[in-house]
Design a protein around this ligand. Structure first.
Ligand SMILES: [Ca+2]
Ligand SMILES: [Ca+2]
Length: 218
């Protein structure tokens, strides 16, 4: 049940993560996208903040060698990740926009939108490497920062999340995945969530503070 587990913890991971999504400067280098297969019914199209399920293989453009294959990981389950928020390299965030379930793409990503001058993992990806990915997208779901997710946590419906509501939500999520955790974990995550999301420090996470992806109307 890899799918269930990763789905479950994603909202937590995201709430706890810093919003480092918005990279700044425009770059001259672009991601080249080639559509290999387009389903007859191409909907919904992926957008920032959506939760995607995909397999992808990564190759070095220099010699065509494969450096990554999602099929060999996690018992072959496709990967779940939120689009456009920096969970994957910038080039993949760009390459998978406006893509529909069933669609296959081959994309070429310049180093500046991949691992840059540093490369990655002791030469597994050398410095200044252009990368090629073959992507097969399986599912486009509402992301964890959707209106639905917000309303689910906001039990009293006042459009802001109190410490109690988030605490409740954490407990429910923990109970659902059934993993044993030290009681301090709950408090740590709760404190971290408020530290990173309660920007005006009023003790509540407002819809605006929560809805960092801003593609849904609250
Ligand atoms: Ca509330
Ligand atoms: Ca606040």
């Amino acid at each position: 049940m890899g799918r269930g587990l990763s789905l479950l913890l994603l909202p937590l991971a995201l709430l706890a993560a810093t919003a480092q999504a918005e990279g700044g400067a425009a770059t001259a280098e672009e991601v080249k996208i080639e559509v290999l297969h387009l389903p007859e019914v191409c909907s919904p199209k992926s957008k920032k903040g959506d939760l995607l399920n995909a397999h992808y293989d990564g190759f070095l453009a220099s010699d065509g060698s494969k450096f990554y294959c999602s099929r060999t990981q996690n018992e072959g389950h496709p990967k779940w990740f939120v689009l456009g928020v920096g969970q994957v390299i910038k080039g993949l965030d760009i390459a998978m926009m406006n893509m529909c379930p069933g669609e296959k793409r081959k994309v070429v990503i310049p180093p500046s939108l991949a691992y840059g001058q540093q490369g990655y993992e002791q030469g597994k990806i050398p410095p200044n490497a252009t990368l090629i990915f073959e992507i097969e997208l399986y599912a486009v779901n509402k992301g964890p920062r959707s209106v639905e997710a917000f309303n689910q946590i906001d039990k009293d419906g006042d459009k802001k999340l109190s410490e109690l509501e988030i605490s409740q939500y954490l407990k429910e999520e923990f109970a659902r995945d059934g993993k044993k955790r030290h009681p301090s974990v709950h408090d740590e995550i709760l404190a971290d969530i408020f530290k990173k999301n309660d920007h005006d420090g009023d003790g509540f996470i407002s819809a605006k503070e929560y809805n960092v992806y801003q593609h849904d109307e609250l």
